[in-house]
Write a new protein. Structure first.
Length: 307
């Protein structure tokens, strides 16, 4: 049996905490409302801030199947919803012809039945499950095009899919739907209106440090503080093409721990910036004097902070 839906905002926070996801109050609130109202949740924000992880955590903590639709340019109904098993249909037709006297009208109905349907993520998410309705993750919707967005309107508003040869298939129990976007383009208002909305921002220093201590518990305490302070300054003071997200914070901390680093210094930062930053222009801008200056500010602030 699936875990019951939380009955309060605090219970949602506790549920996320069971999987080491540190959520602020506003995220826990909108997630609670999404679960209680049965509405899809549209999460927008920069890459690496933890949007996708929310769906994974929900599936784990609620003991529900996770159905993931990874979006990309050119995604179509055949890849996202369903397609017919044409090879099996052809075999069925040949067998009917070989036996002779096949009723063409009946044969047409037979080969366009659910037995010949190949179910893709969206259709799979509408099927009943002994573990309860699945968590449907529609990830990085902004990578698709507007026609596919339009197709999703029926799914997100009525939790149903219309197949011309069969009819309408409706979910007995609506899935828990999480839609994410990195905002590389604007998503149409018609789709947003069918969802509750939340902007997932970069965490503040306190929350980022709490996340780091959960995700990389073996890291030195002072090193973790230096890393968080350095990255917070990168986000606010450095004009970068792509700011590092919490995913990069975790990766960098794990990398430095593997190198047995106990404290940041300019040399270590320069050597490992490729873990933290993913564009050469950003790396070139920070390497050398800029990294040393930021680190000096970090260490000055930490020295002046009350013990």
């Amino acid at each position: 049996m699936a875990t019951a839906i939380p009955s309060s905002i605090d219970q949602v926070s506790e549920l996320l905490g069971q999987a080491d996801y540190v959520a602020d109050r506003s995220l826990a609130t909108v997630l609670f409302l999404s679960l209680k109202m049965g509405r899809p949740l549209f999460l927008e924000g920069e890459a690496g801030v933890g949007k996708t992880e929310i769906a994974k955590v929900l599936a784990t903590t609620l003991d529900r199947p996770l159905v993931r639709l990874q979006c990309y340019e050119g995604l179509d109904v055949g890849s996202a919803v369903y397609e017919w098993n044409y090879a099996r249909q052809m075999i069925e037709i040949r067998l009917a012809e070989a036996t002779g006297g096949a009723d063409r009208q009946q044969l047409g109905k037979d080969i366009f039945s659910q037995d010949f349907l190949v179910k893709r993520p969206l259709l799979t998410a509408l099927e009943p499950s002994p573990r309860g309705a699945p968590v449907l993750l529609i990830d990085e919707l902004d990578r698709t095009d507007e026609p596919f967005e339009a197709y999703l309107l029926e799914v997100l508003s009525d939790f149903q899919i219309t197949i011309p040869e069969i009819g309408t298939i409706k979910a007995e129990e609506p899935p828990i739907v999480i839609v994410t976007s990195n905002r590389t383009r604007e998503i149409h208002d018609a789709l947003k209106r069918r969802c509750l909305y939340h902007w997932v921002d970069y965490p503040d220093a306190e929350r980022e440090l709490a996340i780091l201590r959960l995700k990389v518990p073996g890291a030195d305490k002072r090193l973790s503080q230096e890393i968080v302070s350095f990255i917070q300054k990168l986000r606010t003071d450095a004009e970068l093409f792509k700011l590092p997200g919490i995913a990069e914070t975790i990766d960098w901390t794990q990398a430095l721990t593997q190198l047995d680093v106990m404290s940041l210094d300019p040399g270590v930062i320069n050597d490992t910036l490729g873990v933290l930053l993913k564009y050469q222009d950003d790396i070139a801008k920070i390497q050398g004097s800029e990294a040393a200056a930021l680190l000096d500010e970090v260490q000055t602030d930490m020295a002046a902070a009350p013990k």
